[in-house]
Design a protein around this ligand. Structure first.
Ligand code: PLP
Length: 452
């Protein structure tokens, strides 16, 4: 696959010895989050804010207009949002969660529900902070790692209608997350989005999109859904947003920048309602917590994000890494998502009990084997039940290898696949872990462990 870019500026890849890594991971309590970046060879912790920007975006950075009000970069951002997503109103925010906070403060009343496909953690947290409740209406296939459904992120329409019908006035809005990040980067079909829109119209509810990976989702629609082969991705994106009332966007994903976000809106009324909240929480509505230069980089990145050569290469990179691991016999989640490969840690280490965190054990092994940083989407992350104090064991115990956009070459990912195969071959010797220090909230960030 021919990469659709070449290199103008480089950054070093740090290599270390196995002995060094064994010593270092022990020193930080077996938590890869606590390692400095210079100890990492290939960093697959997240695809958020880790993109490489283009020469055009860097040129845009130099055109930063840092006026407090009326920055020309905001005008460009607004034009890109209108052009690609079709929303006439844009409210800037410092990142996705800033946009979520404004949206939820504006729309959610205490006790209301927000049905959707698995809500992202910060999204759910902001909904709850505003007194609302996220209701998961995703199709069952999302919880089956071997189901090859092409659109595992889809909303179950019966579940959705049942949730709304009870009391439509109690629905703050409906939210579709594309791609469904928490479900493994799985796409939602356009037919499903349109069907959800028919239901929200029927009950007079608002429909929003959590658009962080909308371009990857649009590309999967082109590839997998009948009738869209000849459409360009930008048209598909337009079609998606055309049936909604607006979106929240973490520009750190498909807008190919390191920081930023926004809300896109169709209605002037909603825009007017949210402006004061933007001023209060993020900043004046022509910067919303961003530098002028950041807004310019997003304005350009939004266009680059829907480029089909780029999207073919990106989704191809993820699938290639997944295929290589699958060939080695490693239990991976299929179909491969848009931004990451997920390993089923329960199947990888059947001899490690769940209370000894097989996902964490695998993350540790990736570091020891090759200086590769990955993250468990697992029981460590899930935390404890607030009522019983017992560990929550989610259905799936996954380890995520997220691929930063335009950053790594095939050789880096081949190296990751080789290291994964080496761990797989010695898997029976790997032991589980237990907490040394258990952080009371967001356990995966700060906790430390002991090997059993
Ligand atoms: C990253 C993300 C967010 C939050 O955005 P931030 O920019 O990290 O604040 C919300 N929803 C989804 C689906 C995301 O992936």
């Amino acid at each position: 696959m021919l990469p659709p870019f070449k290199i103008k500026s480089v950054e070093p890849v740090y290599t270390t010895t196995r002995d060094y890594r064994i010593k270092r991971i022990k020193q930080v309590g077996y938590n890869p989050f606590l390692l400095p970046a210079t100890d990492i060879t290939v960093d697959l912790l997240t695809d958020s804010g880790t993109s490489a920007m283009s020469d055009r975006q860097w040129a845009g950075i130099m055109m930063g207009d840092e006026s407090y009000a009326g920055s020309s970069n905001f005008k460009h951002l607004k034009e890109s949002v209108q052009d690609i997503m079709g929303f006439p109103y844009t409210l800037p925010a410092h990142q996705g969660r800033g946009a979520e906070k404004i949206l939820d403060r504006a729309l959610v009343k205490r006790g209301q529900i927000i049905p959707g496909n698995i809500h992202f953690d910060t999204t759910k947290a902001h909904i709850e902070d505003a007194g609302g409740r996220a209701v998961d209406c995703t199709i069952d296939e999302i919880y089956d790692p071997q189901s090859t459904h092409p659109f595992k992120g889809n909303v179950n329409l019966d579940k959705l209608e049942t949730a709304i019908k009870q009391d439509p006035a109690n629905v703050a809005y409906v939210l579709i997350t594309i791609t469904c990040n928490s479900g493994g980067g799985q796409p939602v079909s356009l037919a499903n989005i349109k069907a959800v829109a028919r239901i929200t119209r029927k009950y007079n509810c608002l429909l929003f999109i959590d658009a962080a990976r909308y371009a990857e989702n649009a590309y999967f629609i082109k590839e997998r859904e009948s009738g869209y082969k000849k459409w360009i991705v930008k048209q598909i994106a337009h079609e998606i947003f055309s049936v909604t009332d607006g979106c929240t966007m973490s520009a750190k994903k498909d807008a190919l920048v390191n920081i930023g976000g926004f809300i896109g809106l169709k209605s002037k009324e909603l825009y007017k309602k949210m402006v004061p909240l933007c001023v209060l929480l993020e900043g004046f509505p022509t910067y919303g917590g961003m530098n002028g230069r950041d807004m310019e980089a997003i304005a350009i990145g939004l266009h680059e994000g829907v480029d089909e050569n780029y999207l073919r290469h990106r989704t191809g990179q993820v699938a290639d890494l997944g295929e290589q691991m699958k060939k080695s016999g490693i239990p991976v989640l299929v179909p491969f998502g848009g931004h990451a490969v997920y390993i089923d840690a329960k199947k990888f280490f059947p001899h490690i009990k769940r209370e000894h965190f097989p996902g964490q054990a695998l993350a540790i092994e990736f570091y020891i084997e090759g200086g590769i940083r990955v993250v468990g989407i697992d029981a460590v992350l899930a935390g404890r039940d607030p009522d019983t104090g017992k560990n929550i064991f989610p259905e799936l115990e996954l380890v995520r290898l997220a691929i930063p956009r335009r950053v790594y070459m095939k050789e880096h990912l081949d190296y990751v696949a080789e290291c994964a195969a080496k761990i797989w071959n010695r898997r029976k010797l790997v032991r589980g872990v237990q907490f040394d220090f258990e952080s009371p909230i967001m356990r995966h960030f700060q906790s430390t462990f002991k090997v059993i």
